[in-house]
Design a protein around this ligand. Structure first.
Ligand code: 26M
Length: 819
């Protein structure tokens, strides 16, 4: 008998209709009459998943046979959101699946909404990892994403009496049809214990780590399908399990709780995502998470490589490992340990392999966010890795001294911070262990060279590169904005779907009145869709004809939601004092989560909600100003919000936002930007042209200079009537009659210090907003600029970012030299 081979399935709607029915019947055990909406979602997902598996197996086989280099993207966070629409759209199955479900009277648009968001990330860094996974698949770069399968993703936010309340998130509640548990891919991860020196006759002395605890890392794989299904990569997330789930002797002797204690401790490692993105958590559990997924990923990479090549000497020819920020930086020490202690390499060759394999992306310059770990904690948890870090440090300092660097510079380079109670600096470790280090926008990369990595850059001047971020146009244009996608296809043809640079052809249509009107009609439909969400969730009715002015992102002092809401207050005052002026109707929309322990960020959320309550209830400004805080901002909400914006707020204190990626999603969907010269805004200005973006405020250099001069806001506030009156109204309790003192410290910080340059930038911000009011009245001009934004944003595709990484850092992917 011949062995059967799987049959490639047909993609027509009739085939799908029967396969969905088959899944419903045999995988779920229901008939259509008994099926609930969740059952249809699951049946559809399983039918679509079968298509992906065909492509997945093919992609893996091709990469294995060709011996192409693979990229391993190590990230503590993957903020992927929903996967069904992404998969259906990238496989070109939208029509077939829609028609197939119609047979059973089920709407695809409706069941899609039941899929939970995979919110395994905090914000920009995690979402970038998700866009990069999609772009690596779409551009044919063979890749693994390695991360953690958190049981609880990023918390759900509710707003109660104006304040943020955090609720646990439970995305795995109904199971996860996208993942495949790979029990055969599991590894032991050690913690604690001792290092023993072994001196065998005739062999060089070696160190061996005998951990005091062991935990099992089990792989869960999710396929990530690229555009047109051409290539499918793997997202491999690790789950922690106890090696010994029940201590039977304890159990037998009646200690039932004690028998489970070890298992609970092991499984706690992957239980929850840390919801901080600006302050380092500093908890032992966090370091355990970092080491757990780093070690599991490296063991997996090594096992696969040895199976294919039988040696690790050529590891860096076949694998490029990208460290997404310093969270996986302990990998540098762990790979050295595995090479030396387990695989018998000498130090120098192990170091050469390590450096050639790793590269590192920095995502922030905020000093309070740079990761460092107390030496005593590190040593207790990872004693052998600590020894290796000391040895790397000694070697680096030797090299620096030889090159003539002096005392202060040595201190800056050192992997050990001696000033704050001896700590390991993860940024320095990631830097010296990598052959390439990159920033995420041109400005950020230059600032990296001047600030945190100044001395390391002097020692290794060719290592730092720039790789400006991007976003995937599949999710952020084609899926999120089907109306605009259809219009653009109609206007310039479908070539932009495969080559987003073709969007530039739209530029010629910016002066075509008929096209502009259609473009703004699509915008209006998207605004109506958002208005409906706001009405349903908040019972606030907003006019889709008003300017939708939107700031959605994590809540942070440096992102300056406070500046935005102060402007709203000033506008509220001015509309009431001068009702005769030509005010333009606006809806100011906010969304974003504060880290649970970030008090100021929570106060800002409270203030926005307090202002919203007062303004929205005041009949004297009714149609001119509304303020809305949309709770629980996440990827799925972003997909509704981005296409519905007229104005995008990107107003961080210059020099603080490494790149921003929301800025790109908004502009790609035809919003104008009001922003500072910060992060990727600088490059957006270059690509859009200065007439198509509204830039205001201090530059990064001016901010740094003012901080050196101990700038305070007092005199600025005293000289600005608008700002002073707005702040006075906050302090007087106009928005918080129930809590007069509520915002006293938020406001007094502006007088005494103004660290984030809110007072310093207020006037420029206000003036620029009024220019935008004028422009809003001139519908053709606004429309022209909106069209040019979509036409000129294609460079900010993450396909472009990935091609740059592949060529300059990884030497992998299509067109890479054979290795
Ligand atoms: C660190 C320690 C303990 C717990 C959490 C963290 C942590 C988690 C996330 C620290 C930082 C985290 O993210 C930082 C981040 O999202 N940075 C953003 O990265 C984007 C992608 O490059 C940029 O566009 C943003 O400008 C940058 O703020």
């Amino acid at each position: 008998l011949m062995a059967p081979t799987p049959q490639r399935r047909q993609n027509d709607s009739a085939t799908f209709a029967s396969e969905i029915l088959e899944k419903l019947t045999y995988a779920i055990g229901k008939n259509p009459a008994a099926a609930r909406r969740h059952d249809w979602l699951e049946a559809t997902t399983l039918a679509v998943r079968d298509r992906i598996i065909d492509h997945w197996l093919e992609s893996n086989q091709k990469t294995t046979e060709s011996g192409e280099k693979r990229v391993c993207y190590l990230s503590m966070e993957f903020l992927i959101g929903r996967l069904l629409r992404d998969a259906i759209s990238n496989l070109g199955l939208t029509q077939s699946v829609t028609e197939a479900l119609a047979v059973y009277d089920v709407e695809l648009d409706m069941i899609e909404l039941l899929e939970p968001d995979a919110a395994l990330g905090n914000g920009g860094l995690g979402r970038l990892a998700a866009c990069f996974m999609e772009s690596m698949a779409s551009t044919g770069v063979p890749a693994f994403g390695y991360g953690i399968r958190y049981v609880h993703g990023f918390f759900r936010q509710e707003v109660v009496d104006g304040e943020q309340v955090e609720l646990p998130e439970n995305w795995l509640m109904h199971g996860n049809p996208w993942e495949f548990e790979r029990r055969e891919n599991s590894y032991e991860i050690g913690f604690g214990g001792k290092v023993a020196a072994i001196d065998e006759p005739g062999k060089p002395p070696r160190q061996i780590w005998r951990p005091g605890e062991r935990v099992l890392a089990v792989a869960y794989d999710t396929p990530i399908v690229g555009w047109r299904g051409n290539h499918v990569n793997t997202l491999r997330l690790w789950s922690a399990q106890s090696l010994d789930p029940i201590l039977l002797d304890a159990f037998n002797s009646g200690d039932h709780i004690g028998a489970l204690r070890e298992a609970n401790k092991a499984e706690a490692i992957t239980r929850v995502l840390y919801p901080a993105d600006s302050h380092q958590a500093g908890q032992e559990l966090r370091l355990r998470q970092e080491y757990f997924f780093s070690s599991a990923s490296l063991q997996d990479i090594i096992r696969r490589h040895l199976k294919a090549y039988g040696t690790l000497h050529n590891l860096s020819d076949k694998v490029a490992i990208q460290l997404n920020d310093t969270h996986p930086a302990v990998s540098v020490a762990e790979l050295m340990r595995l090479l030396i202690d387990v695989h018998g390499f000498a130090w120098d060759e192990a170091w050469t392999i390590t450096q050639a394999t790793f590269s590192y992306t920095n995502h922030t310059l905020l000093p309070e966010a740079l990761e460092t770990w107390p030496i005593h904690l590190f040593e207790r948890l990872l004693p052998r890795q600590m020894q290796i870090i000391y040895a790397i440090n000694a070697q680096t300092i030797r090299e620096a001294t030889q090159k003539g660097l002096d005392g202060g510079k040595i201190t800056a380079i050192s992997l050990i911070d001696e000033n704050n109670g001896r700590r390991v600096r993860m940024g320095q470790l990631a830097f010296v262990g990598s052959h390439a280090i990159n920033g995420v926008s041109a400005l950020h990369t230059e600032l990296m060279k001047e600030t945190v990595f100044h001395s390391l850059h002097e020692l290794y001047p060719s290592r730092i590169q720039n790789k400006t971020n991007g976003v995937t146009p599949r999710r952020w244009l084609m899926q999120a904005n089907p109306g605009l996608t259809a219009l653009v296809t109609d206007a310039i043809g479908p070539a932009f779907l495969d080559n987003v640079e073709k969007l530039a052809d739209l530029d010629a249509l910016a002066t075509d009145a008929a096209f502009r009107e259609k473009f703004m009609a699509v915008k209006l439909e998207n605004k109506q869709r958002l208005a409906k969400v706001i009405e349903e969730r908040l019972a606030i009715s907003v006019d889709p004809g008003a300017m939708f002015d939107i700031q959605v992102k994590r809540i942070h002092e440096y992102k300056r939601q406070f500046l935005n809401i102060i402007e709203a207050i000033a506008l509220y005052d001015q509309i009431r004092s001068h009702p005769e002026r030509n005010w333009q109707p606006r809806v100011k929309i906010f969304g974003g989560k504060a880290a649970p322990s970030y008090a100021q960020a929570k106060e800002i959320i409270h203030l926005i909600n307090d202002v919203a309550r007062v303004v929205n209830a005041d009949p004297s400004v009714q149609n001119l100003l509304k303020v809305v805080f949309i709770p629980n901002y996440n990827v799925s909400l972003a997909e509704i919000i981005m296409p519905a914006a007229d104005l995008s707020e990107q107003i961080s204190t210059a020099g603080l936002e490494a790149s921003g990626t929301g800025n790109m999603k908004f502009a790609l969907n035809g919003a104008l930007t009001i922003g500072t010269l910060d992060g990727a805004n600088v490059e957006m200005l270059e690509h859009l042209g200065e007439e198509n973006i509204y830039i205001f405020g201090l530059t990064a250099a001016e901010v740094a200079a003012r901080r050196r001069e101990a700038h305070s806001g007092r005199s600025i506030i005293e000289n600005s009537r608008l700002l002073r009156e707005a702040l006075d109204s906050i302090v007087k309790g106009v928005f918080s009659p129930d809590g007069q003192e509520r915002y006293a410290s938020l406001v007094s910080n502006l007088y005494n210090n103004d660290w984030w340059m809110i007072a310093a930038d207020f006037e420029a911000y206000w003036q620029t907003q009024r220019k935008l009011d004028d422009l809003w009245q001139d519908t053709p001009s606004w429309g022209e600029k909106a069209v040019r934004n979509t036409a000129r944003m294609s460079w900010f595709s993450s396909d472009r970012s990935i091609r740059e990484y592949a060529k300059d850092i990884w030497r992998a992917g299509p067109g890479a030299p054979a290795s």
